[in-house]
Design a protein around this ligand. Structure first.
Ligand SMILES: Cc1cc2nc3c(=O)[nH]c(=O)nc-3n(C[C@H](O)[C@H](O)[C@H](O)COP(=O)(O)O)c2cc1C
Length: 204
């Protein structure tokens, strides 16, 4: 049975464009894979703590010093289990301050774990997630960062996500992009329509 991991990280709730697009991608993928199992992670409603000295102490063999820390360590472990279980990973990723939301960064900090999701060998870093997983990123941003936009130098969003996902072995990444969302009603509507038609055309 196909397993689909659905992650959202927008803080804009019902106004979020990326949440709308991940819902559309999920609907499409569930139509393509009837009966698929869904794992849901809303990183705003229920996110992980930022990594801390207490987390690192436990990673180095120290004691779990509070129930809250124990619960948070369990969430981090579950995030990694999600990635191993999923065949398809759908990530809602708005651009906030030229990169990903801190909620999504906190998730990344928990899934990049040496010996679990990557390792260093003779040829450098190697991702440890099994091959064949597909990732869809719903990328939303207020400005334009593609083409010859002068803002391209500030694009630490899709490029970062592609880089870090590839680092842990997730290399089959499709970006569904709606950008220029803060440039007025018409550009916003056109960007969303283009992203939705890209989703409608997904074949796998
Ligand atoms: C806290 C915050 C920071 C943002 N920073 C940027 C930014 O650096 N560049 C940009 O182009 N848009 C920025 N935006 C605009 C969002 O990328 C845009 O509103 C997009 O629709 C957000 O996706 P969402 O609707 O799923 O939350 C920011 C929005 C918020 C709320």
């Amino acid at each position: 049975m196909t397993t689909i991991l659905h992650i959202d990280s927008s803080i804009l709730g019902g106004y979020s464009v990326s949440r709308t697009l991940t819902a559309d991608i999920m609907a499409k993928e569930l139509a393509l894979h009837p009966g698929a199992r869904v794992i849901r992670r809303d990183l705003v409603a229920d996110g992980a703590l930022h990594l801390s000295d207490a987390h690192l102490a436990v990673f180095q063999g120290g004691a779990v010093t509070s129930p809250a820390l124990g619960a948070d360590l369990a969430i981090g472990g579950a995030y990694i289990d999600d990635l191993f279980a999923a065949d398809i990973i759908v990530i809602g990723a708005p651009m906030y301050n030229f990169s990903v939301p801190s909620q999504l960064k906190a998730w990344i900090d928990r899934v990049c774990v040496a010996g679990r999701t990557f390792q260093y060998g003779a040829n450098g870093a190697e991702g440890l997630l099994p091959k064949g997983k597909k990732v869809f990123i719903a990328s939303t941003r207020g400005g334009i960062y593609t083409g010859d936009s002068p803002a391209a130098v500030l694009e630490h969003h899709e490029s970062y996500l592609r880089g870090v996902l590839g680092f842990i072995g997730l290399t089959d990444v499709t970006v569904i992009r709606a950008e220029g969302l803060n440039l007025g009603d018409e550009p916003k509507a056109a960007a969303i329509a283009q992203a939705k038609s890209q989703i409608a055309a997904l074949a796998a």
